[in-house]
Design a protein around this ligand. Structure first.
Ligand SMILES: Nc1nc2c(c(=O)[nH]1)N[C@H]1C(S)=C(S)[C@@H](COP(=O)(O)O)O[C@H]1N2
Ligand SMILES: [Mo]
Length: 191
């Protein structure tokens, strides 16, 4: 083996090693998110029970709007363009909503938030402008969001499925506590 081919082999080996490392960096986290979405299940409970996959969720009419939220500590998250499924469409799968019903939305970390039917219709939320001054609420929609800014919702953002409260126009801030992350259960409670 000449000196030249030795260097050439070493160089080739380096290229292979670097490629493998780069591939790990770029596809690793994306695959983890894909797996999370693949394993994800949503249990709907109303007059009956249904379990949906992410593929099922994508088969519902998609709704897109502007979402922007503020935490109790005044930290804002967003603004985002949010895409998902209207909560009423999910409720319809298990008997729909009747006046007085409550919608319990929960996650595996034990967090839960309750919406009433008025809110499911987009009313009765407290809203702020981007400077966190309270403003009269425009019509809103509660969605189970699976896409944020055109990409699947990442785990850190509460994916694969998170509650988002959206409006047609941008700049409407809602309370972050209702934006349930990692949603895996939606129950309709009737008195
Ligand atoms: N599953 C789950 N969702 C949750 C919470 C939580 O603790 N668990 N906290 C809520 C509260 S109080 C706020 S302010 C926002 C915070 O969102 P962030 O973590 O994206 O900033 O998530 C909401 N959704
Ligand atoms: Mo919060």
């Amino acid at each position: 083996m000449t000196k030249g081919t030795g260097w050439c082999a070493l160089f080739a080996a380096l290229i292979v090693i670097i490629s493998i490392m780069l591939a790990g960096c770029t596809t690793g986290p994306a695959n983890a998110e894909d797996d999370a979405a693949k394993d994800w299940r949503l249990t709907l409970n109303g007059t009956g029970t249904k379990v949906l996959t992410m593929e099922d969720l994508h088969s519902f009419p998609a709704v897109t709007g502007h979402g922007y939220a503020v935490s109790t500590t005044g930290v804002r998250f967003g603004p985002y363009v949010c895409t998902g499924v209207d909560l009423r469409d999910l409720a319809a799968e298990v008997g729909g909503l009747a006046p007085g019903d409550r919608i319990w939305v929960s996650a595996p970390d034990g967090y839960m938030w309750v919406f009433d039917t008025d809110q499911a219709e987009g009313n009765g939320f407290v809203t702020f402008n981007a400077s966190l001054r309270e403003i009269p609420s425009p019509p809103l929609r509660i969605i189970l969001m699976y896409e944020q800014d055109g990409r699947p919702v990442g785990y850190d953002d509460g994916g694969p499925a998170r509650i988002a409260i959206i409006s047609e126009q941008p700049g409407v801030v809602t309370e972050g506590s209702a934006w349930v992350k990692w949603v895996d259960r939606i129950e309709i409670k009737r008195e």
